[in-house]
Design a protein around this ligand. Structure first.
Ligand code: NAP
Ligand code: GDD
Length: 324
C-alpha cells in the first residue's frame, strides 16, 4: 500500500520540493491550497495530475478536518504559513492566526479524525531571533523578534504540548533559512539573484535593499525537505535543528552573485532603501545540526556558493526566456 501524505502550503517553495521528493518515494501526495482569484501554481505546475489538490485554509477549522477525510494521510506536513517576516508587522493578527493558531487547528483536526497520523511542524530559526547562543542548539533559549517569530514559537510549543499531552507523533523541525530556484521574490536571496540577472541582461541598473549587514545560515531547500521526511521516519518523535552551521552576510551574498556575472564592484548597483528596514532585526542566525546528523545521518549537500550560482543561473535563464 502506498503511503499517503497531506502537505499544507503545497504551492510554496518547500511544499513543491517536498511533493517532488515524496512522489519519488512513491507516496500519494495531497496538497492543501487556499482559494485565490488567480491560481498560484508557479512552483507546482509540473505536479498537476500527480498531486491531488484540496481546497482549505489554516484559518478554517472545518476545512482542515475535511482535507484529512479526503486524503486519509499517514503523514501531515504543516508548511502553510504567512511566512514573510517583514509582512508580519503589517498583519500581525492574520500572521498569528495562520502561522500560530493554524498549527493548533491542524492538531485538533488530527485528534478529531482519530487516526494515528505523524505530524511535521515547520518551525524556524526565527524563534531564536536575538540569539543567546551561537550556534543555536535544540536546547538554546528562544528570543523571537517579530510577530512571525512569536507565532511560530506558539506553533512549536503547541506541537510539543500535544505530543506530551496526547502521545501524538509530532515533530518540530527547526529549520534555518533555506532557498532555491523556487523562492518567493520578496525574500532577499531571490530579490538579489533576480536583480543581478536583470542587471547582467541590461534590463535594470539597481537593486533596492534594506540592511546589508545581517547574517544568515543559508541552505538549499531540496536538502531540507529530505530532513523533514527523515524526521517522520524516526522511531520516536523529537525536535531537530536543520542548518549548515555556516553563516554569511547579505554583502557576501551580493559578492558571490555579482562576481558570478563578472561584476567586481557592485556598490553603484545597490541602493539602501528604508522601506526594507525592519522595526526589529535579527542580526545573525547560525545553527548546529549535530543532533540531526547523529540521530538520522542528515547533513547539507549544497555549499553557499553553489546555492547562489544555481539561483542566479536559473533567473538568467528565466529572464532570457521571457525576453525572447
Ligand atoms: P512559502 O513559499 O511562503 O509557502 C507558504 C505557503 O503557505 C504558501 O503556499 C501559501 O499559500 C500557504 N499559506 C499561506 N496562508 C495560508 C493559509 N491561510 N492557509 C493555507 N495555506 C496558506 O514558504 P516556504 O519558504 O516554502 O516555507 C514553508 C514553511 O516553512 C513555512 O511555514 C515557513 O514559515 C517555514 N520555514 C521556512 C524557512 C525558509 O527559510 N524557507 C525556514 C524555516 C521555516 P499562498 O500561495 O496561497 O500564499
Ligand atoms: N526580504 C528582504 N528584502 N530582506 C532584506 C532586504 C530586502 O530588500 N534587504 C535586507 N534584508 C535582510 C532582512 O532584514 C533580513 O535580515 C535578511 O535580509 C533576510 O530576510 P528574508 O530573506 O526576508 O528572510 P528572513 O530571514 O527574514 O526569513 C526567512 O527565513 C526564516 C528562517 O530563519 C523566511 O523564509 C522565514 O519564513 C523563515 O522562518
Amino acid at each position: 500500500m502506498k503511503k499517503r501524505a497531506l502537505i499544507t502550503g503545497v504551492n510554496g517553495m518547500d511544499g513543491s520540493h517536498l511533493s517532488d521528493f515524496l512522489l519519488d518515494k512513491e507516496y500519494e501526495v495531497f496538497g492543501l491550497e487556499r482559494r485565490s482569484s488567480v491560481k498560484n501554481r508557479t512552483n507546482t505546475s509540473h505536479l498537476e495530475g500527480k498531486v491531488r489538490f484540496l481546497t482549505g485554509d489554516l484559518s478554517d477549522q472545518n476545512s482542515l478536518l475535511r482535507a484529512l477525510k479526503e486524503s486519509n494521510p499517514d503523514e501531515v506536513y504543516n508548511l502553510g504559513a504567512q511566512s514573510f517576516v517583514g509582512e508580519s508587522w503589517n498583519t500581525p493578527e492574520q500572521t498569528s492566526d495562520v502561522t500560530g493558531l493554524g498549527a493548533l487547528r491542524m492538531l485538533e483536526a488530527i485528534r478529531e479524525y482519530g487516526k494515528e497520523i505523524k505530524f511535521y511542524q515547520a518551525s524556524t530559526s526565527e524563534m531564536f531571533g536575538r540569539m543567546v547562543e551561537n550556534p543555536a542548539k535544540e536546547t538554546t533559549p528562544f528570543y523571537p523578534r517579530s510577530p512571525y517569530g512569536v507565532s511560530k514559537l506558539y506553533a512549536h510549543w503547541i506541537t510539543k504540548n500535544y505530543r506530551e499531552s496526547y502521545d501524538m507523533f509530532n515533530v518540530s523541525g527547526i529549520l534555518f533559512n533555506h532557498e532555491s530556484e523556487r523562492r518567493g521574490h520578496e525574500f532577499v536571496t531571490r530579490k538579489i539573484t533576480d536583480g543581478v540577472a536583470r542587471i547582467f541582461l541590461g534590463l535594470s541598473d539597481q537593486i533596492a535593499l534594506g540592511n546589508l549587514d545581517s547574517r544568515r545560515d543559508w541552505g538549499y531547500s531540496p536538502d531540507y525537505v529530505e530532513a523533514m521526511w527523515m524526521m517522520l521516519q524516526l522511531e520516536d518523535p523529537d525536535d531537530y535543528i536543520i542548518a549548515t552551521g555556516e553563516c554569511h552576510s547579505i554583502r557576501e551574498f551580493l559578492d558571490v552573485a555579482f562576481n558570478h556575472v563578472g561584476i567586481e564592484n557592485w556598490s553603484k548597483h545597490v541602493v539602501q532603501d528604508p522601506r526594507y528596514m525592519r522595526p526589529a532585526e535579527v542580526d545573525v542566525l547560525r545553527g548546529d545540526y549535530g543532533k540531526a546528523k547523529n540521530d538520522f545521518g542528515w547533513s547539507p549537500s549544497t555549499s553557499f556558493e553553489n546555492l547562489v550560482k544555481k539561483m542566479l543561473d536559473n533567473d538568467i535563464r528565466l529572464l532570457k526566456k521571457e525576453k525572447n
